[in-house]
Design a binder for this molecule. Structure first.
Ligand SMILES: *[C@@H]1O[C@H](CO)[C@@H](O)[C@H](O)[C@H]1NC(C)=O
Ligand SMILES: *[C@@H]1O[C@H](CO)[C@@H](O)[C@H](O)[C@H]1NC(C)=O
Ligand SMILES: CC(=O)N[C@H]1CO[C@H](CO)[C@@H](O)[C@@H]1O
Length: 477
């Protein structure tokens, strides 16, 4: 080795100078990479999650350890996995099969007994509660959305695709519940305007989930064609689209095929906003800052009594199909027989809700895609979520500091999973748990929306994007 690259005398200095300037340049660059998340306004979200290591080592009590070198470590890691290109391909089938042991679903999840938000504490969990609250209230008063009238047209042969779903609580729809509830809540809300000239944004009301189940459409290629035809019609028949080339338009999907829905309409893809459960920073059609992560929430019966931390005897719980991702099979091969953690390949043995109730930590591990309903499940049962899902653009991450109510672990740190969880002190755990109880309300839908619930939080993300007009003139070449 030493014989092949031999740097001779006078070159040595030039090389040294060149390397030093490079290092300085790199340093300047890195110092601009400030993972400041608290910014609201027109740059609502970080493009990527803050480095996994720096977050997992900052516990709820704000005691950060080992943070000094973690930024550079994780930058290295990201570039390694980028250049390796070994991330799983996106699944074209569906988000997830239904979980076992779903309980009957109640109409309204109105859980009381959650501690009310106290201003002093909010500073920790929310990046800037005051700013958020102020802006949120302005939104309630001023935000206006226009929905294309197909949503009301019962006579169309494809009425089912556009109209509100009649049975959103059908357990078969559990994984796509968020998509349907958004539409239902919006149609009943005061944000809707029948006057397009006063609208801030325009809603394209097609349902990817319904298309997927409609034998006339269903396939990976037909869905984008259907969507493209619809956008063509909107473009022809209404002025609104051309005014912004679609930049003030949005559509909503909680089905992973939804990410390809825009494949055949360049304007939709590059300009319009996609409100999506599969908010995967690694996917070619998902654009952070433009698109909006949608929280994937299963409808669950109320859980009025939350098991306190001391009564949670098991360290961690996970159940899910191992074959859905390499990350999962890795987790199961390393921890499947651990005596402190209940890590099940495939189906859980016993009751699904009980497993959440008896565990301190509940794992969300990427499957076909970055998202599943396990995060909102964990929050629902008062279990602290552990996220093992790199490149997940997390819902509401511009408002909520996820490190205050969850533990984020890089795919590469699965071998350290148990050490990481055991290193979190009881005091830090209590803080995480307390914050879980506070954020639960952001991760639940209601027939009649409540303040700061998933509907309002998602609407708020759209509100932040109301002024973004980027008439990117996409030539069809
Ligand atoms: C919008 O622009 C397209 C392409 O230039 C054009 O074909 C269409 O007629 C325009 N729509 C309206 C409503 O003017
Ligand atoms: C768990 O233990 C069983 C029985 O000893 C064994 O067959 C299996 O391979 C083990 N699984 C893992 C993931 O270590
Ligand atoms: C291109 C390349 O090097 N791919 C490798 C990425 O890493 C996985 C294991 O994590 C290997 O199996 C691939 O061969």
């Amino acid at each position: 080795m030493a014989t092949t690259v031999r740097v001779r005398g006078r070159w040595r200095w030039q090389l040294l100078i060149a390397l030093t300037s490079l290092a300085l340049l790199a340093l300047t660059f890195v110092s601009h990479l400030n993972p400041q998340l608290g910014l609201l306004g027109n740059h609502p979200r970080p493009a990527f999650l803050p480095p996994a290591d720096s977050r997992q080592t900052c516990d709820a009590a704000n005691a950060c350890t080992g943070g000094k070198s973690s930024l550079s470590t994780s930058i290295n890691r990201e570039s390694i996995s980028d250049s390796n290109g070994s991330l799983e391909l996106v699944d074209r089938e569906s988000v997830e099969p239904a979980e076992t042991n779903q309980l009957a679903v109640s109409a309204s999840e109105n859980v009381r007994g959650v501690p009310s938000l106290k201003k002093k504490r909010n500073g920790e969990l929310y990046y800037n509660w005051k700013l958020f609250e102020h802006d949120y209230k302005e939104m309630l008063q001023r935000f206006r959305i226009y929905v294309y009238q197909d949503v009301y047209n019962n006579d169309d042969v494809y009425a089912n695709v556009f109209m509100r779903h009649k049975h959103p609580y059908d357990p078969k729809l559990g994984n796509y519940f968020s998509e349907h509830m958004f539409k239902i809540n919006l149609l009943d809300s005061h944000f809707l305007t029948s006057n397009p000239s006063e609208a801030n944004l325009f809603y394209l009301p097609f349902s990817i989930n319904v298309m997927r189940n409609d034998p006339r459409i269903r396939s990976d290629t037909t869905i984008p064609e259907f969507v493209a035809k619809y956008v063509e019609r909107i473009t022809r028949e209404f002025d609104f689209w051309n005014k912004s080339h679609g930049a003030d338009h949005f559509y909503v999907c909680c089905h992973s095929v939804g990410k390809e829905a825009s494949a055949k309409s360049p304007y939709l893809q590059r300009n319009a906003m996609q409100v999506a459960c599969s908010s995967n920073n690694y996917h070619k059609f998902y654009v952070p800052h433009k698109d909006v992560p949608l929280a994937q929430v299963w409808p669950r019966p109320p859980e009025p009594q939350i098991t306190p931390p001391k009564q949670r005897k098991r360290l961690a719980f996970y159940a899910g199909r191992a074959q859905n991702s390499r990350v999962r099979s890795h987790l199961i091969s390393l921890w499947g027989n651990d005596t402190d953690m209940d890590i099940y390949a495939d189906k859980i043995r016993g009751s699904y809700p009980e497993a959440f109730r008896r565990s301190k930590y509940c794992l969300h591990v990427k499957g076909y895609d970055v998202n599943t309903a396990r995060i909102s499940d964990a929050l629902h049962y008062g279990c602290v979520p552990v996220l093992i899902s790199d490149y997940y653009d997390l819902p509401f991450a511009n408002v909520l500091d996820w490190s205050k109510f969850s533990v984020i672990i890089s795919h590469m740190d699965i071998p350290q999973l148990k050490d990481i969880l055991l290193s979190i002190s009881d005091a830090s755990y209590s803080q995480l748990h307390e914050n879980v109880l506070k954020v639960r309300k952001h991760f639940s839908w209601h027939k009649k929306p409540e303040d700061y619930d998933t509907f309002h939080m998602t609407i708020y993300q759209l509100w932040l994007r109301r002024n973004i007009i980027s008439p990117l003139n996409t030539n069809q070449n």
